[in-house]
Design a protein around this ligand. Structure first.
Ligand code: PRX
Length: 636
C-alpha cells in the first residue's frame, strides 16, 4: 500500500518529491498496485504540450466499471455503494449495495446494447439526481459508450447544442424531477430539444415524478420495463486506457460550450487516488458530496473516485433549503456522514439563516469538510469551520476544474495545516507555476500571477470533442509548454496557493462556470437589443452575480424597462438556463471600447463593483465620454 494513503506532512513532502522527480515511476506504482487491468501498459506517459498530446498508460486495457464494481463484489458485495437520499425527507432512503449496483448497471448496459449502442457511441444523459443517473453513467462505461451528462437545469436549447455537438444517438431522461417544493418536467424539455436533434433515434425515460408526459411512438420508451426484462449480467467491454470515457461540457469565454474529453485509465487512477487522500476515506465511512452529477465534481467525486475505492457515496436528490435550511444537517445526522463536500455558495446561503437549523442536529460523525467550485471567502470558511466542523474537522479547499478531471491543489486533511481561503499545496504529482504577463515563470514565494501547470497529470482532459485546435488555443497557447488554467493565484510565504479567480471572461456564479459570450449572444437576440456586455460583480451568496450592460436599438428605446428586464432574463432562461439570469441590467447609450473595437470589460467590472474612483487610464478609449454616463446611471 506504499504511497497510496498519505498520513503525515513529511510523508506528503516525500511522496510529492518522488512524484515530481520521476512521475512515470510514481504513477506506474500507484496504477499497478491499486487497480485491476486486463493488460498492463506499454508506456506510462507520452506527452507533448505543443501539439498538445498526452497519453497515460498507453496500451493498457481495462474497464473502469470492473474497478468500481466487480472487484468489490467478493469483499464488499453487501456494503452500501450508493446511499440515495430523496428530495422529500419523509421518503425512504435507498441503500444500494455493490451487488445491487452491479446488477442494475448490467441491466442498463444490456438495455443500451439492445438499442444498438456500441463502443464509442455518444449517449446523452439528462436526469435528476436519482440512482438511474449513476447507473446510466456506469452502464455507458460498461459497454464503452461515451457518456455526456447534461445538468438537468439546462434549457432545451442548451441541451440541443450539447447533443448535436457530440452527435449523441440516444438520450436517457426522466418524466420529471423534484427540486424542493417544485417539480420540473424534464421530458418536455427533451422533446423541445429534440426538435433540433435529428441524430437522436431513441429516448429512454425513467419514472420519477409520475407526471403525464408525451411519448413519441418509435422513439420514446419507458426505461423500467426494459430494465426488468434485461439480463442481470453484462460482460464489460475492454477499453484502451486512452479511449474516451466521457464528454462533459464546460463554458468557454467565447463560442459554444467545450466538450471536454476524459479518458479511461488516467482518469480512474487520479480520481481514485485523490479521493482516498483528500477525504482520508476509511472503509466504514459514509461520504457525501452535495454536487450534481451533471458537473465534474459529481462525475469524479460522487461516482468514479468513491466507487473505485469501494466507498459508500451519498446521492442527494434535494436542495439545501427544503423543507427548511436544516436539510443538509438533517441528512448528515441521519446517515452519520463522515466526509461532507459542498460549494461555498451553499455555505454562504446557509450561513445567512439561523444557527438553530444547525444546532438541532448531531453533527459529531463529521471528520472532514470540503469546499469546491469557487474561492471560499474568509467569513464562510469560519462559519463552516466553527458551526459545522466544530473546529475539529479540517476544511479541504479543493481547487480544480472540469478540464483537470480531479483535484489539483488542496490540503490533505490531518496532514496539511489549513489556512482560511488557501487551497494550500499542490496535490501529489501536480506541478503548478505562476506566470507573469510576459510569459515568464515567477519563482519564489509571496508572489502572484496566472496559474499554469507545467507537467501532465493522469486525469487531464485530452481534447475538446471535435475541436483539437480549440483545445490547443485555449489551454496551451498562452504560455509555451504549459497548461493555462484561466485562473489567477498567489503563493504566500510558506508556498501555499490561494486562487484569486478567473482572469478571462468566464464568470463563476454560485459555483457554476458561465461564459460571457453565450449569454451576450442570447441577450442580443432580443429584438429590442443592439449590443450587450456581461460582467460579474461580487454577491454575498452567489460569490459573483451577473451585471448586464445593454444598448437598446432605437426601436427598443420606447419600451418599458422593467418588462425588457424580464424578457431578457426569460430569453436567457430559455436559451441557457435559469443559472445564467442577470441580477442587474443597466440600459446604456454605449459600451466603452478600445480603438480596435474591443469592449473594455475591465472598466465595466469596476463600475459594476462600485469601484469607480480607480478606473485607470480611459483616455485611449474610442469613446471615453460614455464611461461617465454609465457611472452616473449605474445600479450600485
Ligand atoms: O476558477 C476556478 C473555480 O472554478 C473553475 C472551474 O470550474 P469548473 O470547471 O466548473 O469546475 C468546478 C469544480 C471543480 C476554476 O477555474 N474554482 C474551482 N475550485 C475552486 C475554484 N476557485 C477557487 N477555489 C477553489 N477551491
Amino acid at each position: 500500500m506504499s504511497n497510496y494513503h498519505i498520513k503525515h506532512l513529511e510523508e506528503y513532502f516525500q511522496v510529492y518529491r518522488k512524484s515530481v522527480r520521476d512521475p512515470e515511476a510514481f504513477w506506474e506504482e500507484i496504477a499497478e498496485e491499486h487497480f485491476v487491468w486486463r493488460k498492463k501498459w506499454d508506456r506510462v506517459l507520452r506527452w507533448d504540450f505543443k501539439k498538445p498530446e498526452v497519453a497515460w498508460f498507453e496500451g493498457a486495457r481495462l474497464n473502469i466499471t470492473e474497478n468500481c464494481l466487480d472487484r468489490h463484489l467478493p469483499v464488499r458485495g453487501d456494503k452500501t455503494a450508493i446511499l440515495f437520499e430523496p428530495n422529500d425527507p419523509s421518503g425512504e432512503a435507498q441503500h444500494i449495495t455493490y451487488k445491487e449496483l452491479h446488477e442494475r448497471v448490467c441491466r442498463m448496459a444490456n438495455v443500451l446494447k439492445e438499442h444498438g449502442v456500441k463502443k464509442g457511441d455518444r449517449i446523452c444523459i439528462y436526469l435528476p439526481m436519482i440512482p438511474e443517473l449513476a447507473v446510466a453513467v456506469l452502464a455507458c462505461a460498461r459497454i464503452g459508450a461515451i457518456h455526456s451528462v447534461v445538468f438537468a437545469g439546462f434549457s432545451s436549447n442548451a441541451l440541443a447544442t450539447r447533443i448535436n455537438d457530440s452527435d449523441c444517438k440516444l438520450v436517457i431522461t426522466s418524466d420529471g424531477s423534484y427540486r424542493g417544493a417544485k417539480t420540473l418536467n424534464l421530458k418536455s424539455i427533451v422533446d423541445t430539444a429534440l426538435e433540433d436533434c435529428p441524430g437522436v433515434d431513441t429516448v429512454l425515460v425513467a419514472r420519477r415524478t409520475g407526471e403525464e408526459v408525451a411519448m413519441k411512438d418509435g422513439r420514446d420508451k419507458w426505461l423500467q420495463p426494459l430494465l426488468d426484462e434485461a439480463y442481470a449480467d453484462c460482460v464489460a467491454e475492454i477499453m484502451d486506457a486512452e479511449d474516451p470515457l466521457f464528454i462533459l461540457y464546460t463554458s468557454g469565454s467565447t463560442g459554444k460550450p467545450k466538450g471536454m474529453v476524459h479518458s479511461c485509465g488516467g482518469y480512474m487512477v487520479y480520481t481514485a487516488y485523490t479521493f482516498k487522500n483528500i477525504f482520508q476515506y476509511r472503509e466504514q465511512d459514509v461520504y457525501w458530496c452535495t454536487a450534481d452529477i451533471g458537473w465534474i465534481t459529481g462525475h469524479s467525486y460522487i461516482v468514479y473516485g468513491p466507487l473505485a475505492n469501494g466507498a459508500t457515496t451519498v446521492m442527494f436528490e434535494g436542495v439545501p433549503s427544503y423543507p427548511d435550511y436544516g436539510r443538509f444537517w438533517e441528512v448528515v445526522e441521519k446517515h452519520r456522514v463522515n466526509q461532507f463536500y459542498t460549494a461555498p455558495t451553499a455555505i454562504r446561503a446557509l450561513a445567512k439563516e439561523s444557527l438553530d437549523y444547525v444546532e438541532k442536529y448531531d453533527l459529531s460523525s463529521l471528520k472532514v469538510l470540503g469546499s469546491v467550485g469557487e474561492p471560499i471567502n474568509e467569513e464562510a470558511w469560519h462559519w463552516y469551520n466553527n458551526n459545522i466542523g466544530r473546529n475539529k474537522c479540517p476544511i479541504v479547499d479543493t481547487w480544480w476544474q472540469t478540464e483537470t478531471g480531479g483535484i489539483m491543489i488542496s490540503p490533505i486533511p490531518f496532514v496539511t495545516p489549513t489556512t482560511p481561503t488557501f487551497a494550500t499545496l499542490p496535490f501529489i504529482g501536480i506541478q503548478p507555476a505562476l506566470m507573469d504577463e510576459e510569459g515568464n515563470e515567477i519563482k519564489g514565494n509571496q508572489v502572484s500571477g496566472r496559474l499554469c501547470i507545467k507537467f501532465p497529470w493522469p486525469s487531464m482532459a485530452r481534447t475538446i470533442w471535435g475541436n483539437h485546435d480549440r483545445y490547443r488555443d485555449t489551454y496551451f497557447s498562452a504560455y509555451a509548454d504549459k497548461y493555462f488554467t484561466g485562473d489567477g493565484a498567489s503563493r504566500d510565504a510558506v508556498g501555499y496557493y490561494r486562487i484569486t479567480g478567473r482572469v478571462d471572461d468566464v464568470i463563476i456564479v454560485s459555483g457554476h462556470n458561465l461564459g460571457t459570450a453565450p449569454i451576450e449572444d442570447s441577450i442580443n437576440e432580443h429584438p429590442a437589443v443592439a449590443e450587450s456586455a456581461i460582467v460579474g460583480f461580487p454577491h454575498d451568496v452567489k460569490g459573483n452575480a451577473l451585471y448586464g450592460f445593454v444598448i437598446l436599438k432605437e426601436t427598443g428605446e420606447s419600451r418599458n424597462r422593467e418588462n425588457l428586464h424580464k424578457e431578457i432574463n426569460q430569453q436567457i432562461t430559455e436559451q441557457i438556463g435559469p443559472i445564467a439570469k442577470l441580477d442587474k441590467i443597466q440600459f446604456v447609450p454605449g459600451l466603452p471600447k478600445t480603438r480596435s473595437g474591443k469592449i473594455m470589460r475591465r472598466i465595466l467590472r469596476k463600475i459594476a463593483a462600485g469601484q469607480t474612483d480607480d478606473l485607470g487610464d480611459i483616455s485611449t478609449l474610442l469613446n471615453p465620454e460614455v464611461v461617465q454616463e454609465i457611472i452616473d446611471q449605474a445600479e450600485v
